[in-house]
Design a protein around this ligand. Structure first.
Ligand SMILES: Cc1cc2nc3c(=O)[nH]c(=O)nc-3n(C[C@H](O)[C@H](O)[C@H](O)COP(=O)(O)O)c2cc1C
Length: 153
């Protein structure tokens, strides 16, 4: 099984989320999955061009997921949130079980409630999906806090 998959959940493929994730993973073998390259239908509105199963197919080969998202409106951006919504009642989501999860979110200046709610989300997500949460950091877009406080095994 391959080791690290960086799931870039920003619509800006080479924006701040990408830059921070790449700095965090410097020197570590990893692949990048750009969530914006996939069509993820909204929960309850799944269309025939939905590609969530392609995402599961990619994820299944990795032991560790590093999820990076921008902060939009005081929480994680919609690309990640829509993906998380879809995990509900989807049998394929079982492939997440046992994987290690690191989650970071960055914004132009997330407040402490944003930090608390994203940390809570990461904890609940990992518990409910049977993943091992190894780290969660919320930071402003310079990313120092993320790079300095998240050490990836
Ligand atoms: C629609 C939208 C909403 C945003 N809301 C917040 C916010 O609530 N708090 C915050 O700190 N930053 C907010 N931002 C700023 C982004 O999180 C910030 O620019 C981030 O670094 C963008 O990452 P990217 O370059 O990977 O797209 C928002 C940006 C957009 C486009």
């Amino acid at each position: 099984m391959e080791k690290i998959l960086f799931m870039n959940c920003s619509p800006n493929k080479e924006g701040n989320t990408y830059q921070i994730g790449e700095e965090l993973l410097k020197g570590k073998e990893h692949e990048i999955l750009y969530m914006v390259d996939y069509k993820i239908s909204h929960y309850g509105q799944v269309t025939s061009d939905d590609q969530i199963k392609d995402i599961f197919n990619k994820i299944k080969d990795f032991e560790t997921l590093v999820i990076g998202a921008p902060v939009y409106w005081y929480t994680v951006g919609g690309l990640l949130k829509t993906f998380i919504d879809r995990l509900y009642m989807l049998p394929e989501a079982e492939i997440l079980r046992g994987k290690k999860l690191y989650l970071f979110a960055q914004g132009s200046g997330p407040d402490s409630d944003t930090e608390k709610s994203i940390t809570f989300l990461a904890n609940r997500l990992s518990t409910l999906m049977g993943m091992e949460l190894k780290g969660v950091v919320v930071d402003s877009s310079d990313g120092r806090k993320i790079v300095n406080n998240m050490s990836i095994d």
